[in-house]
Design a protein around this ligand. Sequence first.
Ligand SMILES: [Zn+2]
Length: 340
Amino acid sequence: MIGSASRQVLRALLLCLAASWNAAAQPFQLPTANRALFEPGQEEKFFVGTVGKPWTSGGFGCVRSEGWQMHEGLDIRCLQRDRRGEPIDPVMATADGVVVYVNTRPSLSNYGNYIVLRHQIEGLEIYSLYAHLREVRAGVKPGQVVKAGEPIAVMGRTSNTREVISRERAHVHFELNLLLNDRFAAWYKAAHPAERNDHGEWNGQNLAGIDPRKLLLAQHAEKDKFSLLSFVRNQTELCRVLVRGATFPWLKRYPQLIVPGLRAEKEGVAGYELVLNFNGLPYQLVPRAPSEMSDKSRFHLLSVNEGEQQKNPCRRLVTRKGARWELTSHGIQLLELLSY
Ligand SMILES: [Zn+2]
C-alpha cells in the first residue's frame, strides 16, 4: 500500500520528469513543410497577407484594419498545389497531443473545416487549432492521440465568410491557445441568447491566443532551454484587474500561473488580481485577501500600461474616460466569461 503523501510525492516527481522531458524536446513543430519563418527576411514566403496588404496582416495580433482588428493566428502560405491550383500541403500536429474537436461542416464557421488538439507541455494545457482545411484526414476524431509532425489534414481555403479565400491566398490558419472556460456553451447561451454556437466550448471566442510566431522563434533561438511556461508567464502587461471570487475554471486549469499573495495566504482568498496581456490572456494571478478588496464591484480595473494599450489596442478591453481608465463592455464580457 502506498500512502497518499507518498503518492503525491510520486506524482510531483513524475510531473517534474515529464516537464523536463518536454522542455528538452522542443515541443512545438511547424504545422506544415513551410519553414521560411526561420529564414530572416523571407516572411513573404511564410505568411499570406490579406488582399492588397503586406505579409504582416497574416501574422498574430492587431494586424488588420489599420491595427484595430485582431488576427488570432498565423496564415501560413501553401507550398504545393494540384493541377487545378488547389493546395495539397499536408497539415501536421504541432506537438504530441489529443484531438479534442473536428468541425467538418465548413458552412458553420469562419474557420471552415477545423481541428483542435490538446497538448500538455510542462504540465500546461495548450490547444492548437488548424483552420480552412480542405479535408480532415480519415480517422482524425476526438479522443485520438497524435504525435508531433503527424499529418492530420490537407491545407485548403474553406470558410463561411461572405468573401471567399481565393486560390492564391490558400493557407492554413494556425493558432496556439489557452482555454478560457469549459462552461463556455452555457455562458454563451446566457450572454447571447439570439446567436448560434455550433461548436460547444471549441468556439474561437473561448480560446485565448498567444503569438505562435513569437513562440516558435523563441523555441528556435533557445533550443532545449525553451520553456513554454516562462514564455506564457512573460507576456507584456496591458492591465491589472481585481476580480471578486475565489473559484473560477482558469485557476484550476492553469494553477502554474498563480503567483504568491502573502496576505491572502494568511487571511484567506477573497479574489484575484489578474494581469492581462493585450489579448486579454490572464497570464498572472495573484490571490488577494478580503482586506485587500476595498472596492465592492465584481471587476475593478487597477492599472493600465498606456504604452502597450497604444501599441496593441485592437481588443478594446480598456478605454480612457477623461483622466481615468475604465473597462469597456468587451473587457467586462471577457472577465464574465472567465469567471462564469
Ligand atoms: Zn487567419
